[in-house]
Design a protein around this ligand. Structure first.
Ligand code: BLA
Length: 765
């Protein structure tokens, strides 16, 4: 094809040695050849002598290339030459080809358009044959462009804008297919809008790997605003001589209209049944955002220069207007998202249970309202709520633990299984995850999921089928797309990426929720402090009151005893019985006061915490109760080991004694059984122990389950089940609560009850 040598080193990649392994390094600006629909002359300055010419000069201007070498422009263009030179003199030729003049030569039917520009220190003239006899009037083009711009300005939203842009450009250029193509950060891209002949298969939504538009091709987009390939099946026409006689270098055709394109690219276009293309870059803020790409399937298509100018101008306008449309859509979305975030925070403030305030499928407003995602989850207080399309509860729970381990406030990935391989199992529902933790070191978390979403296009047909294409001038063989297979693999398991504004709004939500949780915690602490103060007051009152009651009661009791002993004989039988009743009632009153004192003491006095061996503690308790145990022939079953716990040993013994005595007393079975043990449970993600005392006794009705913990509340007659003041369980519960734990009962009437208690988190980890 071309005999161009690289400028400096022979192992640079040029059209001669390009293949799959090196096409991203091909020096496509030095093809050494032009497309056949025009001729190229390389002219030196200031004497305007022709140094190089393309071999097709005879077809275009009626003179053989070799006869042109060394001639001056004046020799070729005759009397038009001074005008041409004068024009070129006035034009800025450094920024790419400008139209100088339209010229007719002997042999050319409709004439040629002549373009000039300077590159790498030489003047390049391109003479493009005019093929179509009927060219659009420029006034018509102008009003079409105006109308298109007016419509684009009015478009609502970015999608409508792109749809309209491709539609208008198709109408202008008459191409079978016009697409808007958007690049992703990694250089791959996808078709965002398409206007096409109806019978063609759609490419809309398809994704292409970065390698399809290699870096050298992208670089050229920064230099020329429109690239036109009228006939993919052209025969490349070399320049003679192949390097510039003065500079010794091949010609840099970066800006050229006629530059012969890479054989790799031409080969792929042929594979796809494309005959002609026209490509224009879309720029946003000086950066390549995407392309407008036009393809013709039904045959070659040579777009006249005037139409190209109009299309180029229109695509410039598309670039400029697009930035504004994208920005306003961006701010609109951002505004909407922050409004939803604020609403969610308000919901959570009113209902602190995040499962019902944020994670409920049945509510109009939930996590899914915030941003585009197909699924979401709330993880709070060791529970999960799932909304929409999500992994299973088990999978989500594991994922939550993994995210918690990452120790980051927000995690956003569009390829979860690459960093967390277990997610490969559910990539179809959650290839993308955006997760945020509401507190450090916990699994309090909100998550959003996006499914795998990539439709991949296959330029080269089936990548598994070997395929060869022979260029007429030399053997160019295109292999099956090895790079394609790799890319396909690397894009599975990916979702639509999370945008920066989406991550920002989640961060905003996280902070707002955290400060609302923090202020709630402060409120709770304030109430707790108030309650504690009130309790202390109440306890001191109870203590003082009961203490003061004891004194007169003791007096009553003594007097009654004296009376009974000294005046026994003077009393009637009835009087004696009444005296006995007084004595019994004062004793009972004394018991009650004693219980009350004990109860208030439980609240008032400091616990003396130590790491106690609960098995020893239980031994001592059982020893103290041995009379009752043997008298009732109760069978005691105990766990092998209760282990140790941080507690006040004396108080805990009282609790055990109270529970064991109750278990024996409230039992009507011939063989009474009391079992004492411990179980492992998980409370708010932390392992805790719960101790229990289980009996096969009379059981407790549901209604009574809380009443039994009320002070002096007796469920049975005073003398039934061994009597008692009815303060034991109240005191036991209070003792456990002062240890930071909980005491409760589970029971079924007639079969027995189990009293459970936990100790504070530090004590029972
Ligand atoms: C160039 N490839 C291009 C260009 C586009 C694409 C737009 C620039 C064309 C121009 O400047 O005129 C690709 N066009 C697309 C894509 C869409 C589209 C993706 O409309 C989607 C809708 N190309 C391949 C493969 C290779 C390759 C597999 O697909 C090589 C392994 C190479 N593409 C390649 C080369 C060029 C190119 C070398 C530069 C061609 C040149 O300007 O010389």
């Amino acid at each position: 094809m071309s005999r161009a040598k690289s400028p400096s080193s022979s192992d640079l990649v040029t059209a001669r040695n390009v293949d799959f392994s090196n096409c991203d390094r091909e020096l496509i600006q030095y093809p050494g050849a032009v497309q056949g629909h025009g001729a190229m002359l390389i002219v030196d300055e200031p004497d305007f002598r022709i140094q190089q010419a393309s071999l097709n000069c005879r077809e275009i201007i009626g003179v053989d290339a070799k006869d042109l070498l060394g001639k001056s422009i004046a020799d070729v263009f005759g009397q038009r030459a001074p005008e041409m030179l004068e024009r070129m003199h006035r034009m800025a030729l450094e920024y790419g080809p400008v139209h100088v003049v339209r010229e007719s030569f002997a042999g050319s039917t409709s004439g040629v358009n002549i373009f000039a520009h300077r590159c790498d220190g030489v003047l390049i003239l391109e003479l493009e044959a005019i093929t179509s006899a009927t060219e659009p009037a420029s006034t018509q083009l102008y009003s079409d462009v105006r109308e298109s711009i007016a419509k684009l300005e009015k478009a609502r939203g970015i999608q409508q804008f792109h749809d309209l842009a491709v539609d208008r450009i198709r109408a202008f250029t008459g191409y079978d297919r016009v697409m808007a193509y958007k690049f992703a950060e990694d250089g791959s891209g996808h078709v965002v809008a398409e206007a096409k002949r109806e019978d063609l298969e759609p490419y809309l939504g398809l994704h292409y790997p970065a390698t399809d538009i290699p870096a050298p091709a992208r670089r050229l987009f920064g230099l020329s605003w429109l690239r036109h390939l009228p006939d993919v099946n052209y025969t490349a026409v070399p320049l003679i001589p192949d390097v510039h006689p003065v500079t010794g270098r091949p010609i840099d055709m970066s800006f050229s209209i006629l530059r012969s394109v890479s054989v790799m690219y031409a080969g792929y276009l042929k594979n796809m049944g494309v005959h002609s293309t026209m490509v224009m870059p879309l720029m946003k803020e000086g950066v390549l955002w995407g392309l407008i790409s036009a393809m013709h399937h039904s045959g070659p298509r040579h777009v006249p220069y005037e139409v190209r100018m109009a299309a180029e101008f229109l695509s410039h306008m598309v670039s400029l207007l697009m930035a504004g449309k994208e920005d306003s859509e961006f701010y609109e979305t951002r505004f909407r998202m922050s409004a939803v975030a604020d609403q969610l925070v308000e919901e959570a403030r009113q209902d602190p249970d995040l499962h019902s305030s944020l994670g409920s499928q049945d509510r109009n407003l939930n996590l899914l309202s915030l941003l585009p995602a197909q699924g979401a989850a709330v993880s709070s207080r060791g529970k999960l709520s799932l909304i929409g399309l999500t992994p299973t509860s088990e999978q989500t729970a594991e994922l939550v633990r993994w995210v918690a381990d990452q120790n980051l406030p927000v995690i956003a990935t569009d390829r979860l299984s690459e960093i967390y391989p277990a997610a490969a199992a559910y990539k179809s529902v959650a290839s993308g995850v955006l997760a945020t933790r509401l507190a450090a070191h916990t699994t309090e978390m909100l998550l959003w999921f996006r499914p795998e979403h990539i439709e991949i296009v296959n330029w080269a047909g089936d990548p598994k089928k070997p395929m060869q294409i022979c260029e007429t001038d030399g053997e160019v063989r295109l292999q099956p797309r090895a790079s394609f297979a790799l890319w396909k693999q690397s894009v599975t398991g990916r979702s639509e990426p999370w945008r920066k504004d989406e991550k920002d709004v989640v961060e905003h939500l996280r902070q707002a929720l955290m400060s609302s949780i923090a202020s709630r915690a402060e409120e709770i602490e304030r109430l707790n402090r108030q309650l504690a103060d009130a309790n202390v007051e109440l306890d001191s009152f109870a203590y003082a009151a009961s203490h003061d009651l004891k004194e007169p009661l003791r007096g009553v009791h003594h007097l009654a005893s004296f009376l009974k002993r000294g005046e026994q004989d003077q009393l009637t039988e009835e009087g004696r019985q009444q005296l006995d009743a007084i004595l019994r009632l004062t004793r009972r009153m004394d018991d009650l006061i004693e219980s009350l004192l004990q109860y208030s003491r439980t609240g008032r006095t400091e616990l003396s915490l130590q790491n106690a061996d609960l098995d020893v503690l239980l031994d001592e308790t059982l020893l103290a109760c041995r009379r009752l145990i043997t008298d009732t022939a109760t069978e005691i079953r105990r766990a092998e080991q209760l282990g140790t716990a941080l507690c006040d040993a004396v108080r805990l013994k009282e609790v055990f004694a109270n529970l064991i005595i109750n278990a024996i007393k409230y039992n009507d079975k011939p063989n009474r059984i009391v079992e004492i043990g411990v179980e492992e449970i998980v409370v708010e993600e932390a392992p805790r122990k719960r101790y229990f005392v289980r009996d096969n006794g009379i059981g407790i009705t549901d209604a009574a389950k809380e009443q039994i913990f009320e002070i002096f509340h007796r469920m049975h007659g005073q003398d039934e089940f061994g009597g008692g003041t009815g303060a034991g369980l109240t005191i036991a519960r209070r003792t456990i609560e002062r240890h930071g734990g909980r005491l409760w009962v589970e029971s079924s009437v007639g079969e027995g009850s189990t009293f459970f208690f936990t100790l504070g988190p530090e004590a029972s980890r």
